[in-house]
Design a protein around this ligand. Structure first.
Ligand SMILES: Cc1cc2nc3c(=O)[nH]c(=O)nc-3n(C[C@H](O)[C@H](O)[C@H](O)COP(=O)(O)OP(=O)(O)OC[C@H]3O[C@@H](n4cnc5c(N)ncnc54)[C@H](O)[C@@H]3O)c2cc1C
Length: 450
């Protein structure tokens, strides 16, 4: 598998992974094909995922700024076509509690509102643009995987109500059984009323169509393989073409290769996440697991599993995976997900997966996304770093990127500061392995160690 820390680039016209999403999304929308000429544009966007397409769409729609999109492979080939489809009010990995202690009440509230806006924007865009992306009903369950985690859930609920005036529901193990599913592991849950499941590849196809309807051009199989700047113009070379542009948006997220741009080097950390999808559950499996919920679900592990029942009664479950691209195909990572599923739902002891795939989540050193410009060249702007929570916020990031290009400033930590560099960057993966061991031991212990 492509390894963003080691490979020169994500390929040229690579097919989608054999995912459930690629199998069920229908034909990919038309694009301009591979760039095979020289073109001039005001803004060029590198990366055809949610961020790049949202930026392109909002540049055209709200600011009448011309942009073209260059995608190495196909629309949504990166995370946008591979994720779990959990649209949540979230961005990055920083907890609300840490937001308050790092930035203070006022700024943390503004960040909370920004994430809220991202999710609301997604919901209304799906509706107004009639994006057919299998949206499921609202609800996100955060399930206590150990009894001791109910304390954490209760204090989080209290905190959200008090600090953000944001109401959530606490469910007991019995409530879960009656309203959602019967799980051996679940000790109760916090239920957010406002997250929902979508088909991620259909969603990105929707963005693609929206931009093209405005006359936008998307070139597939057109990776940027060389980037020069001559007399104030950016020259982006692709295998068969060249784009001359005044300004550039980097929307390459976890798929950013180290040599793409010096200003991005060592400022993101790609982390693999794996997903499997089972066959549809049988009627008796549905009865035995009591799985009636279409809420999106995460558990309280630090190395959390995310899972949901898809509209055709299959179960999707994902979680952390290999550390390197070379180890990504190791079967043990899929078995880890099957074992987690069976631990949650004993009646599924004999189930296997029908689909498996993985993708690179983009982690930042300060755990928040950044929509900012290169420190040495303000004509290069980037939006990335959502951790495992970018489905809704990438849409909002595209809005912010477009505003930035139009000279509109947003005074939020994600929009007013550059991606920090990782200290000791060459050792990131050593640290990651160590943390995986530590977090796993902490997640699975059954007593509180003080
Ligand atoms: C397995 C998995 C599960 C996830 N689950 C969820 C979830 O349930 N909920 C959630 O909120 N978030 C989830 N995420 C994160 C979410 O998918 C991402 O945050 C989001 O899709 C990022 O979109 P993007 O457009 O910024 O990046 P991407 O979709 O990754 O797009 C980047 C694109 O840039 C292209 N590119 C890279 N280099 C070049 C180049 N040199 N030239 C041209 N093109 C280039 C790549 O081909 C790629 O298509 C998950 C991620 C993974 C991997």
């Amino acid at each position: 598998m492509y390894d963003p820390l080691l490979s020169p680039g994500p390929g040229v016209g690579e097919p989608y992974p054999d995912s459930y999403w690629a199998d069920t999304a229908g034909p990919a929308p038309e694009d301009e094909g591979q760039l095979n000429t020289v073109i001039d544009t005001d803004v060029v966007i590198i990366g055809g995922g949610y961020t790049g397409l949202s930026a392109a769409y909002h540049l055209a729609k709200n600011h009448h700024i011309e942009a073209v999109v260059l995608e190495a492979n196909k629309t949504g080939w990166g995370c946008s076509g591979r994720n779990g489809g959990f649209a949540l009010k979230a961005a990055g990995r920083l907890s609300y509690q840490k937001m308050i202690s790092r930035y203070g009440d006022k700024v943390a509230h503004a960040m909370f509102d920004e994430m809220f806006e991202g999710l609301d924007r997604l919901r209304s865009l799906i509706k107004t643009e009639k994006i057919d992306c299998d949206q499921q009903s609202d609800g996100h369950l955060w399930v206590a995987h150990k009894s001791r985690m109910m304390n954490v859930i209760e204090s989080e609920a209290e905190f959200l109500r008090k600090q953000f005036n944001y109401d959530v529901d606490i469910l007991s193990a019995d409530d879960l059984k009656q309203q959602h599913f019967i799980s051996n592991e679940a000790k109760g849950a916090l239920r957010f009323r406002d997250g929902f499941g979508i088909h991620p590849l259909k969603l990105v196809y929707g963005y693609h169509e929206m931009f093209r309807k405005l006359g936008g051009k998307i070139y597939s199989a057109s990776p940027v393989v060389q980037w020069d700047k001559v007399s104030g113009k950016h020259l982006l070379h692709t295998p068969q073409g060249l784009v001359r542009a005044n300004r550039v948006i980097c929307a390459t997220n976890g798929y950013t290769a180290p040599k793409l741009h010096e200003g991005l080097r060592n400022r993101t950390f790609p982390v693999l996440s794996n997903v499997i999808v089972t066959r549809p559950l049988t009627t008796s499996e549905l009865e035995e697991t009591g799985f009636q919920s279409s809420d999106v679900i995460t558990d309280t592990r630090t190395l959390r599993f995310y899972y949901r029942k898809l509209p055709d009664n299959r179960i999707l479950i994902g979680g952390r995976s290999a550390v390197t691209g070379a180890d990504a195909c190791n079967e043990k990572h899929n078995q880890n997900l099957i074992n987690a599923l069976v631990k949650k739902f004993a009646p599924l002891a004999n189930i296997n997966y029908e689909y498996k795939w993985g993708g690179w989540v983009c982690v930042t050193f300060d755990d928040i996304p950044h929509i900012y410009h290169d420190e040495k060249d303000s004509s290069v702007v980037y939006g990335m770093g959502y951790g495992g929570s970018g489905v809704s916020y990438s849409l909002q990031a595209g809005v912010r990127l477009a505003q930035k290009m139009a000279g509109i400033h947003t005074d939020l930590p994600m929009c007013n500061s550059p991606l920090p560099r990782f200290p000791f960057a060459p050792f990131r993966r050593v640290g990651q392995r160590g943390l995986y061991h530590y977090y796993h031991a902490r997640d699975e212990r059954s007593v509180v160690i003080t």
